[in-house]
Ligand binder design. Structure first.
Ligand code: GLC
Length: 666
């Protein structure tokens, strides 16, 4: 336990220069130590789905190999809090083994547009889902005595002009969509640190935004940890300290500005002391949590990565029960991604994998004979006449085809946004040509965010494997041949085409002004309100078995906004294989005065059921499940009226519904 009094007296012993020095990094990853007072440094390292840790023993500080787990877009599709906790725990163990004190993740920014180059690093378009999974992840990592950095606080929803753009958002949208995931993680998991984002919010840089760092984060939500800047996101050292951005990363030679500001009275030394206290708290918490000599089992972690990916993969389509295939079927694997799958995205989160298992290798290891054709260049996504002809020939020879396509590294990465939602042209062509010569085609997608599928009617099956980490090939093999029953559900909507997305008209803004005109209507909140059917809706995912829902019960039909509501529903596996179901609960407010989405996810639970097995799933809903942000009182409020409690297959399909009247704000 960190003794705050001792910290305060330590700060009192620091010189002004030492204090200023503590508010910026020593190098790219370390905070500054102060040897004469036995103040240690803390070591940070990326990233959200694995360690990108420098080898300090080497002059070039090369990145050490570590296990590349499924990226956030993949693990979010698991809808599995326990799995995210386990992933966090595993990453915490690896951090201990590598000597890292703070893992720079999770990324929980909302997916306002499918085009954002870092969508693969984020969980969802839904703040409730992102907040629940972020909470589980943070608790998992921190259970190992390692800190996290919840990022990027906040409204960092595009890469274009990310260092200068201003996210122009109304108060209610900020609260309901862009802050509420952060709010949940802070209140429920107390991340050791928060990373302030590059962008401005309504004209003020996040790192200098006193309202959202001091008033909201610290005073309103009770955040006790340290706020660090994103790398290079501090534009005003003094403003950052005044706002409560305790640590500017990475190292920079501007500490003198802090000294000067204190001396000339423009920066009260008390404000500087507060930042130093939080830097010291982090340093001592890191030292306290450190497990010297810790080791981790990278081979076991690779198998975990496979398990996590298999629990996240989404079966989008499966006509005439094409899947699962039999291991004795005459199968062709077509596409370079079958051999070397795309497992992660580009940028600061990019890991040096310990190894990568492709589906081809996984099938071979399992004694499954497959025909293979490369079909296209893995890096560029382009094909040649020879590769194309060979691929079509292979498809003709096989009984069944698994066609691996997706986005090459060059099309989505940190620092850039996609200009469109299309796959490489050659990949679209391959689907058409392969389906023309073989009626039994399953497409496997490797992409970090939604893509258009103009050929969707042709293949009998489609699997979304996303950027599923270094063991994704083994996980895909598990799913294709039925060793694992798919249980992933989309954590984002797949629009039929880009122009259907609610942010389409305004995305990237005009110069540095990015106006979020769609307000709270992002993702399924828009598609469902406008009755604009998505290609695949939020929450969508198929199984090799079927689930039946009965006996929806609400423990009351009338309540006040200070009561809670208990909801239960029975779920039965009516198929003949074991399977996992994601039970989804949405709240559907009647339209009284406030303009609201027609339904919002407010509960989910993932359960495993043997054939014939039935379980009762229970949810308890309190005020926030029904509330909107009221800009007149600057607080959450529940409108008096009737609310639908909807148990849904996904955001579009309601299975069972009950109604409750709530007496709230008139
Ligand atoms: C990057 C990213 C951030 C990362 C940091 C350190 O620019 O925005 O997510 O943790 O810098 O690499």
């Amino acid at each position: 336990m960190i003794d705050k009094t001792a910290i305060k007296s330590l700060v009192a012993e620091l010189t002004l220069e030492e204090k200023a020095g503590l508010t910026s990094g020593k190098d790219c990853w370390l905070t500054k130590a102060v040897e004469r007072l036995n103040i240690p440094a803390a070591r940070t390292s990326d990233g959200p789905h694995g360690l990108r840790a420098d080898d300090y023993s080497r002059p070039d500080h090369a990145t050490m190999p570590a296990v590349c787990f499924p990226t956030a877009v993949t693990t979010a599709s698991s809808f599995d809090r326990e799995m995210l906790y386990d992933l966090g725990q595993e990453l915490g163990k690896e951090c201990q083994a590598y000597g890292v004190n703070v893992l720079l993740g999770p990324g929980i920014n909302m997916k306002r547009s499918p085009l954002c180059g870092r969508n693969f690093e984020y969980f969802s378009e839904d703040p409730y889902l992102a907040g629940q999974l972020g909470e589980a992840f943070v608790k998992g990592v921190q259970s190992q005595g390692v800190g996290t950095s919840l990022k990027h606080y906040f409204a960092n929803n595009q890469e274009t002009n990310r260092f200068t753009s201003s996210s122009e958002i109304d108060e209610r949208t900020i609260r309901e969509i862009y802050l509420s995931a952060f709010e949940n993680v802070v209140k429920k998991a107390q991340p050791w640190t928060i990373m302030a984002s590059y962008n401005k919010i309504n004209g003020t840089y996040s790192t200098a935004n006193r309202k959202y760092i001091d008033e909201v984060l610290r005073k309103e939500w009770g955040f006790e940890g340290l706020v660090m800047s994103d790398w290079g996101a501090t534009h005003d050292r003094v403003g950052a300290v005044l706002a409560g951005t305790d640590l500017t990363m990475p190292a920079e030679d501007t500490d003198g500005l802090i000294v000067e500001a204190v001396k000339n009275g423009s920066l009260p030394e008390e404000a500087l002391d507060l930042c130093c206290e939080r830097v010291l708290e982090l340093a001592f918490k890191a030292a306290e949590g450190r497990k010297e000599g810790a080791v981790c089992d990278l081979e076991a972690a690779h198998l975990l990565a496979e398990k996590f990916a298999a629990n996240s993969i989404v079966l989008l389509k499966n006509e005439s029960g094409l899947l699962p295939l039999k291991k004795t079927d005459k199968v062709a694997f077509i596409g370079a991604f079958a051999d070397k799958p795309r497992v992660q995205g580009g940028g600061s989160s990019h890991i040096r994998e310990t190894k990568v298992t492709g589906a081809l290798e996984a099938a071979k290891n399992d004694g499954i004979e497959v025909i293979y054709a490369e079909a296209y260049d893995r890096e560029t996504g382009e094909t040649t006449d020879e590769l194309f002809t060979e691929a079509v020939k292979a498809a003709k020879k096989a009984e069944k085809v698994v066609l691996f396509i997706g986005l090459p590294d060059s099309m989505e990465y940190e620092g850039g946004d996609r200009p469109h939602m299309s796959l490489p042209l050659s990949h679209d062509l391959l689907v058409r040509e392969i389906c023309a010569v073989n009626p039994n085609v399953a497409v496997v997608l490797h992409n970090g965010s939604p893509v258009e599928m103009p050929w969707i009617d042709q293949p009998k099956a489609v699997i979304e494997a996303y950027l599923g980490g270094q063991a994704i090939g083994a996980a895909v093999k598990d799913i294709i041949f039925g060793d694992v029953n798919p249980s992933g559900r989309l954590a984002e909507s797949f629009p039929k085409h880009l122009e259907a997305n609610p942010s389409y008209l305004y995305y990237l803004g005009e110069g540095d002004r990015v106006t979020y005109n769609e307000g709270v209507f992002i993702g399924y909140r828009y598609y469902e309100a406008k009755k604009q059917e998505a290609l695949f809706p939020f929450g969508w995912g198929l199984s090799y078995t079927r689930f039946e829902y009965t006996n929806l019960k609400l423990d009351k039909t009338e309540m006040t906004d200070s009561d809670s509501l208990t909801v239960s529903v029975d779920v039965k596996n009516v198929g003949d294989v074991v399977g996992k179901e994601v039970v989804q609960l949405y709240v559907a407010p009647e339209r009284v005065k406030i303009i609201r989405p027609i339904r919002e996810l407010k509960g989910f639970d993932k359960i495993s059921l043997e054939p014939g097995e039935k379980k009762t799933v229970t949810f308890v809903l309190s005020k926030r499940a029904f509330a909107y942000w009221d800009i007149d009182i600057h607080d959450w409020a529940v409108e008096t009226g009737s609310f639908g409690i909807e148990i849904c297959r996904n955001s579009h399909e309601v299975i069972l519904r009950g109604d409750v009247k709530i007496k709230g704000k008139e």
